[in-house]
Ligand binder design. Sequence first.
Ligand SMILES: C[S@@+](CC[C@H](N)C(=O)[O-])C[C@H]1O[C@@H](n2cnc3c(N)ncnc32)[C@H](O)[C@@H]1O
Length: 277
Amino acid sequence: MASSSTSRSPVLLPAFDKYYYYSQSVQSIEADVEFIQRIYGEIHPGARAHSLREDFCGTFALASAWVEDGGANRSYGLDLDPEPLAYGKEHFFAQLTPEQQSRLDIRQANVLTSELPRVDIACALNFSYFIFKQREQLKQYFAKNFAALNPGGLFFLDCFGGPKCGEANEEETEDDELGYSYYWDQESYDPLTNEGLFYIHFKRQGEKKRERVFTYNWRLWSLPELRDILAEVGFPTSYVYWEGNDEEGDGNGEFTRVEQGEECDAWVAYIVAVKGR
Ligand SMILES: C[S@@+](CC[C@H](N)C(=O)[O-])C[C@H]1O[C@@H](n2cnc3c(N)ncnc32)[C@H](O)[C@@H]1O
């Protein structure tokens, strides 16, 4: 017996939105805001940070959440690429009240060559500064950041590493609730330069895998290299925050300050560099 035409109709999925799936897969913006304020209060007991700059901001999700987090908060976002900036204007900026919008300043700019607004908190997250492959270039960026922080200001950088990053590999993370898979694909690694080529792919249930939606050509900087350069440009102190484990031994998203790391195949950590008062 023929089934009804309704039951044969394909489910119409909304148009694929790469920034939506990116943010669902790799960003935890509310947790970032909470983490930043917690660390600022730990380092300067009882104090709260008010101004934040999101370098390499893409869709400036963090800078947007920052102005929502308090009426005294102000933020800046800088990115070279007009495409994610336009997406952020439509999807994040538009959701803010006019008063919140007045405390957010987004600029299409190169963080290496343009003026960096002075702030309490500077962030270079999701490893974006790995794009700088020459030590002098990275040092120039860190020095600009040091100069553009208020006394007592903090510079947040995330970093990843571990032996797994020394070889090609691809990891799939399934999200059953949203009905898609996220793939983190390391295509190559060169031990001579510590450079790696990475891709993000996505696959929605019932659709073909969308390959190479995002591409990153990075140098994998190590924690001691980064802390040495931070010290050279004037940061007297930098702390490392290491991720805890869940019952299965995977990262649990909770980061605490450590004096010693832990051997593991792949790790993610934060460096927080502190400008003296
Ligand atoms: C990995 S995305 C990060 C997006 C977002 N900040 C996040 O946390 O997910 C890297 C971004 O850095 C931007 N970018 C690369 N080089 C830059 C530079 N020299 N100055 C400003 N932005 C840059 C790219 O356009 C891209 O949007």
